[in-house]
Design a protein around this ligand. Structure first.
Ligand SMILES: C[S@@+](CC[C@H](N)C(=O)[O-])C[C@H]1O[C@@H](n2cnc3c(N)ncnc32)[C@H](O)[C@@H]1O
Length: 565
C-alpha cells in the first residue's frame, strides 16, 4: 500500500494512547431527561449524549463505556478550505507541534494539510475503537482534503474496508467563485471496520423507481421485466461456465423448463448481442427455485426468444428497497436546506452551512438498526441528533445519539436545537417536527484528567464511579457498565475472565488505612468459576491465601498499568 507522509506524522501516530482519560461531569440543568426530576442520577451515560469539549479528549472519555458499540459514525470536520479559522491545538509532546498550537490555519499556511492530517489521525484512531465491527463511518469532505483523507482512512481503517466515496450534489447551481469549474458536489467517504460484517440497508423506492414496475399479474401484483442474462462485469461464459446452460421455452405460452420436452422445444442460451457466449444471472438451482417467475418471449426486431424474470415490487409482503447509490443528486441533500431549517428552528441566523437533514437521515437510514448508537464528534448544530430523532419518530426506533462539540455554543445552538426538535417547532411544515419528535438526552462536560499518581498525594481524587470506570476498562479492555456497581460490596462488574472489585474512597485517610485483609477476602462471597480481580491500596494476605480465594490482587495505582493490555 502506498504510504501517506506528512509533517508531524511520527508524533501523532500514537498520540491517542497518551491522551488522558477524563471524568465526564453531568450537567442536569442542560439535559433533557424524562419527567421533571433533573437530579444528576437521571442524567445517564447510557442516554443519548451531548458532550461539550474537544473531541479528542471526549472520544477517549467515551472509550470505557462505548468501545466497539457504535453502529454509525458521521463526522463533518473542517474541510480545510483556508477560510474556516480552525486551529491545530492538540498538546502533542514535540517542539514542532507546540510551535503550531493556537495559530489559525489559513490559506497561506504552507503546512495546512499537514496540520489537518495531524489533527485527524488520533481522532480517527479513537473513532475506529468506538465503532462496531459491522458499523460504518461516514465523513463529509470536499476536494481540499478528500485525497488525503482517503489515504489516511486506508491506513487507519484498512483499504479493504473502503465501502464507497459518495458524491453529493450539495450546491446545484455550482460555486461561481471557483476559478475555472463551478463545483456543485462534495463527498461523503464511507468505510467500515469489518467489510465482511457490514451490511448497509436499502432505501425506500422513489416514485420514479416504483413507476418502473409497469406490469401486473391477474391478482394485481406489480412487477417489472428483467433480462435473465448477466449484463456488465463477469458476463462471459468462460467467467462462470456453470451458468451457461440452455433453457427451453414453450413457444405457445412462454413457460420455461430446464428440460427439453414435447412442449418446451425452443432452446435458448445466454448470448450477448455481439454473438459471444454469455451467462445467466442465476445458476440452475436458483432457476429451478424461481421457475414460476421466469418466462421466455420473442424479442422485438429479432425472431428469437430470450429469457426474462418477473421482478416483483413486493416480496414476502414488503415493498422492495433499493441499494443506496453512489451519487446523491436529489434536492434533499442540497446544503441550502440545512441553513433554512436551522434558522426556522432556532429563530435566528447562527452557524453557516449546517448539513441538510435529508443527508443525515439517509445516512442513519442506510447504516443503522432501530436500536443503534450514532456518534457525531464534530456536531455543529446537531443535525445528526435531529436526524436520529426524526427517524425514531417515523419508524418507532430507539436509536441513541452521541454528539461532541467544543465551541461555547454547545448549549445555545447544538443542545438548543435538539431541545426544540424534541419539544416541537410550531412553525415547522413537517407535522412530526411541529408536534415534537420526543426523546431525551444527557449533557456532559469534560472534567479533569484522572491522574492515577494523585491518589498517592490525595489531590484531585476521582469519584468511586470514575475510578471504577477507569480501572475496569484499562484492566479488562471490556465495556464498563455503571449499573453493575455495588459500592457497598466493593463490586464494580464482571469481565469475561474476572469478577472485579475496587476498595476505594476519594479520601486519603481511607486510602492510607485500607488493605485487603482475610476478613475482606471472605466478604467477597463464595468463589464461583471466575477469578476475582481486586483493586485496593494494599494487601495483608500472602500468595497462598490469595490463590485460595482465587484473588488476583492489583494495588492502586500502579498495578493497573501492568494489567492493562
Ligand atoms: C462543519 S461544522 C459541523 C456542522 C454539522 N455537521 C451541522 O450539520 O451542523 C464542524 C464543527 O466541528 C466543531 N469542531 C471542530 N474541531 C473540533 C474538535 N476538536 N472537537 C469538537 N468539535 C470540533 C466545530 O466547532 C464545528 O461546530
Amino acid at each position: 500500500m502506498a504510504q501517506l507522509n506528512f509533517k508531524g506524522k511520527q508524533f501523532v501516530q500514537n498520540h491517542h494512547l497518551a491522551v488522558k482519560y477524563r471524568e465526564l461531569i453531568p450537567r442536569p440543568a442542560l439535559s433533557l431527561v424524562e419527567g421533571k426530576d433533573k437530579r444528576a442520577g437521571n442524567v445517564r451515560l447510557d442516554d443519548s449524549l451531548i458532550i461539550h469539549g474537544d473531541n479528542l479528549v471526549a472520544l477517549k472519555a467515551l472509550l470505557p463505556t462505548y468501545a466497539g458499540k457504535v453502529k454509525c459514525i458521521y463526522i463533518d470536520p473542517p474541510y480545510n478550505t483556508g477560510n474556516e479559522r480552525w486551529a491545530y491545538n492538540d498538546n502533542v509532546n514535540s517542539p514542532m507541534m507546540q510551535e503550531w498550537l493556537g495559530r489559525v490555519v489559513d490559506r497561506d499556511d504552507l503546512t495546512r494539510h499537514d496540520k489537518w492530517l495531524c489533527m485527524m489521525t488520533p481522532r480517527l484512531k479513537l473513532l475506529r475503537e468506538l465503532l462496531r465491527d459491522d458499523g460504518a463511518i461516514f465523513i463529509s469532505i470536499d476536494d481540499n482534503e478528500q485525497h488525503h483523507l482517503r489515504d489516511l482512512m486506508d491506513e487507519v481503517f484498512g483499504e479493504e474496508n473502503f465501502i464507497t466515496n459518495f458524491s453529493i450534489k450539495a450546491n446545484p447551481r455550482g460555486r461561481q467563485s471557483d476559478e475555472n469549474v463551478a463545483t456543485l458536489h462534495e463527498y461523503c467517504l464511507c468505510y467500515t471496520r469489518g467489510i465482511d460484517e457490514v451490511i448497509l440497508n436499502g432505501l425506500p423506492l422513489t416514485q420514479e423507481n416504483i413507476d418502473e414496475y409497469d406490469q401486473q399479474d391477474k391478482d394485481g401484483k406489480k412487477w417489472r421485466e428483467l433480462g435473465l442474462r448477466q449484463r456488465g462485469a463477469a458476463s462471459l461464459r468462460e467467467e462462470r461456465p456453470e451458468m451457461f446452460f440452455p433453457i427451453y421455452v414453450n413457444s405457445k405460452n412462454g413457460i420455461v423448463s430446464l428440460e427439453k420436452t414435447k412442449d418446451h422445444t425452443v432452446e435458448v442460451f445466454p448470448r450477448k448481442s455481439d454473438g459471444r457466449d454469455g451467462r445467466w444471472m442465476w445458476g440452475k438451482k436458483k432457476v429451478m427455485d424461481e421457475i414460476n417467475r421466469i418466462y421466455g418471449r420473442k424479442v422485438s426486431g429479432r425472431d428469437e426468444f430470450d429469457i426474462f424474470i418477473k421482478d416483483y415490487l413486493n416480496r414476502n409482503g414488503e415493498q422492495k428497497t433499493a441499494k443506496p447509490r453512489s451519487m446523491w443528486l436529489d434536492s434533499e441533500v442540497n446544503t441550502e436546506l440545512g441553513g433554512k431549517l436551522l434558522k426556522l428552528i432556532l429563530e435566528r441566523k447562527t452557524i453557516e452551512y449546517p448539513k441538510p437533514l435529508g443527508l443525515l437521515k439517509r445516512i442513519v437510514e442506510i447504516a443503522t438498526d432501530k436500536d443503534s448508537i450514532i456518534l457525531d464528534s464534530f456536531a455543529g448544530s446537531g443535525t445528526t441528533a435531529h436526524a436520529v430523532l426524526a427517524l425514531n419518530k417515523e419508524d418507532g426506533g430507539n436509536r441513541k445519539f452521541i454528539l461532541v462539540e467544543m465551541e461555547d455554543y454547545t448549549d445555545t445552538i447544538t443542545a438548543e436545537r435538539v431541545r426544540r426538535v424534541i419539544r416541537g417547532v410550531k412553525t415547522a411544515k413537517d407535522e412530526n417536527l411541529k408536534k415534537g419528535l420526543g426523546g431525551t438526552f444527557s449533557y456532559f462536560e469534560l472534567g479533569k484528567p484522572i491522574e492515577m499518581e494523585s491518589i498517592l498525594s490525595g489531590k484531585n481524587l476521582p469519584s468511586y464511579n470514575e475510578l471504577a470506570r477507569y480501572v475496569f476498562y484499562t484492566a479488562t479492555g471490556e465495556e464498563f457498565n455503571e449499573k453493575k456497581i455495588n459500592e457497598k460490596k466493593n463490586f464494580i462488574g464482571e469481565s469475561k475472565e474476572y469478577e472485579v472489585y475496587l476498595f476505594y474512597k476519594p479520601d486519603l485517610a481511607y486510602l492510607k488505612n485500607t488493605a485487603l485483609t482475610l476478613d475482606k477476602a471472605k466478604e467477597l462471597g463464595k468463589v464461583k468459576t471466575k477469578k476475582r480481580l481486586v483493586f485496593a491500596p494494599t494487601k495483608y494476605l500472602d500468595q497462598e491465601k490469595l490463590d485460595g480465594y482465587r484473588i488476583v490482587f492489583a494495588q492502586l495505582p500502579f498495578e493497573i498499568y501492568k494489567l492493562a493490555k
